[in-house]
Design a protein around this ligand. Structure first.
Ligand code: GLU
Length: 534
């Protein structure tokens, strides 16, 4: 038994105890840190981010925030041939507009960087070599031309889907078939090679997907994927696994198109002796008619944006974005959240904070989610309606460079927002509130403007002039008593009044419009209209 009488840290037993305690603390710390949920969104900078990609980022973000976890952005640019300049900047800017703000990532920092795979290049080779050493992978020296020839030969023999796999590898040029000396000679001579996964034969790979349940795939259906390329770069598969492991990712939440790669990933974790993260493969986004995957080209073909923000290709081709089309980011995010997830209640309007609160992977469906452009507009309409008039006035002022005073703009937004989907609609719909009409809706003129209309409106003008407190209520009261006196219905008089003041056939309350314009302007417009419609 060790008895410690003093707190002298230099006594041997105490020192030992100290180490034990420190060791125990470190161990718990590590355990605590590995218990923390860490997820990543890992786009490849091969072009702009499709809205399906934004949804993947969103679900990762919601899941992380819901669970007090960390949301990471990692740029997967190992395939240099598909690199598109500007794509990374586009992705970061688009996510920022959406309010999907990473805790770690390029330009943000974090303890697990760098967060761009090309900057991590040196990390991967030793891992690939380790797999070769442990007989989980092998060097393959076959040239692309040799492989093309084998593929062609197989095709001639009626096998169009030839693969480099656990059967065919025994007749190809690799470290499993060549002698150890020959392999060494080739490596020393600097012969180009790739490192391939040594796929086990007839083995069932099982993993439990958080959305799809158990997935079982037999390795006889999988090929010996290249893990490390002859250009010294890892392939997506190797880099993805090494990074997810070293970045301590706990949940891989990504699109369904990656499900076929998951068995290989599970095997790679096994091969390294690492614990695999949990997988959740999100349902596909489908075209509005449910016919196939929503693709980059669909948007412009079917008349809605598929990208969060505008993207112009190097050739000058423009793909339009939600932001530039006038959508509020909240509406866009709210709509996206519902493409594959639902809260299980009738509530449809969710702020980001409410989405975080309500989100769970259990409520993400397996079936493809049909994109609905009309519903998307509906969300935007709801968000526009819910935006305070004063805030809309600010947006309007900025967007259209308006000189009107603030009070006037607030009143304008109050009048027009119910009838608009986008801020710009208020301007097109309500242009007459700023400028007197230059034309008069033909249909209303021919239907409503009769021989006695001028006389009637001249009379009404006199009543209007007599309204002293020029507010909607007072104007309405004057109008009602005028109708009573004349024994006329509202439909016989109001459209004429609207025509004179706005030139339009429909619109918001005429009493509010008239009050908005003020007495002087209202009377002036009546005179002008009466002169033109005589
Ligand atoms: N780089 C892959 C992509 O572009 C990421 C796949 C994954 O999340 O594992 O979608």
């Amino acid at each position: 038994m060790i008895r410690i009488k003093t707190a002298d840290p230099y006594t041997f037993p105490f020192k030992t105890l100290n180490y034990i305690v420190i060791f125990a603390i470190r161990k718990t710390e590590r355990k605590m840190s590995s218990n923390k949920i860490r997820v990543r969104f890992a786009p490849s900078p091969t072009g702009p981010l499709h809205m399906g990609g934004v949804r993947t980022a969103l679900y990762n973000y919601l899941f992380a925030k819901k669970n007090n976890g960390t949301f990471i952005i990692r740029i997967e640019d190992t395939d240099q041939t598909r690199f598109v300049p500007g794509a990374q900047e586009y992705i970061m800017d688009a996510l920022n507009w959406c309010g999907i703000i990473p805790d770690e990532g390029p330009g943000i920092g974090g303890n697990y960087g760098p967060y761009i795979q090309s900057e991590r290049k040196e990390i991967y080779r030793p891992y690939a070599e380790e797999l070769v050493k442990n007989d989980k992978a092998y060097y393959a020296f076959d040239t692309p031309e040799e492989l093309d020839a084998v593929r062609e030969q197989a095709k001639q023999m009626g096998m169009p889907n030839w693969q480099y796999n656990s059967v065919t590898r025994s007749s190809l040029k690799n470290s499993l078939t060549l002698s150890a000396d020959e392999v060494q000679r080739r490596l020393d001579a600097g012969d180009p090679y790739v490192i391939r996964m040594k796929m086990p034969r007839n083995h069932d790979v099982r993993f439990e997907d958080q959305i799809r349940g158990w997935v079982v795939v037999n390795t006889n259906n999988l090929d010996d994927k290249v893990l490390f390329k002859s250009d010294g770069m890892p392939t997506y598969h190797l880099a993805n696994i090494v990074d997810d492991h070293t970045m301590e990712i706990t949940h891989v939440i990504r699109g369904e198109e990656w499900l076929p790669s998951a068995p290989l990933h599970v095997l790679l974790y096994d091969a390294f002796g690492w614990e695999a993260p949990k997988f959740a493969h999100l349902p596909l986004l489908l075209r509005p008619d449910g016919n196939g995957k929503l693709s980059k080209r669909d948007g412009d073909r079917l008349g809605f944006p598929v990208f969060p923000t505008n993207w112009t290709t190097a050739e000058g081709e423009l793909y339009s974005g939600y932001r530039e089309n006038g959508y509020f980011h909240g509406a866009f995010i709210n709509m996206l959240a519902f493409l594959g997830w639902n809260p299980g209640t009738p509530q449809e309007i969710f702020s980001m904070a409410e989405l975080i609160e309500a989100f769970s992977l259990e409520r993400v469906g397996k079936a493809g989610a049909k994109f609905d452009p009309d519903k998307t507009k509906w969300f935007q309409q709801q968000y526009l309606k819910a935006t305070p008039d004063a805030e809309l006035a600010q947006i309007l002022k900025k967007e259209f460079n308006l000189a009107e005073n603030n009070e006037k703009l607030v009143a304008f937004c109050h009048l027009m927002k119910e009838r608009a989907t986008f801020v710009k609609d208020m301007m097109t719909e309500g242009a007459y509130l700023f400028n007197e009409p230059t034309s008069y809706d033909e249909q209303t003129v021919s239907k409503k403007w009769k021989a006695d209309s001028s006389a009637l409106m001249t009379e009404w003008k006199a009543r209007l002039e007599a309204v002293s407190d020029f507010k909607p209520e007072a104007i309405e009261a004057a109008f009602k008593s005028f109708l009573e006196e004349k024994q006329l219905g509202i439909g016989a008089v109001l459209p004429l009044f609207r025509l004179l003041l706005t030139g339009a056939g429909t619109g918001p309350s005429m009493f509010e419009i008239s009050a908005f314009l003020g007495k002087e302007e209202s009377l002036k417009r009546m005179d002008a209209g009466l002169a033109k419609l005589q």
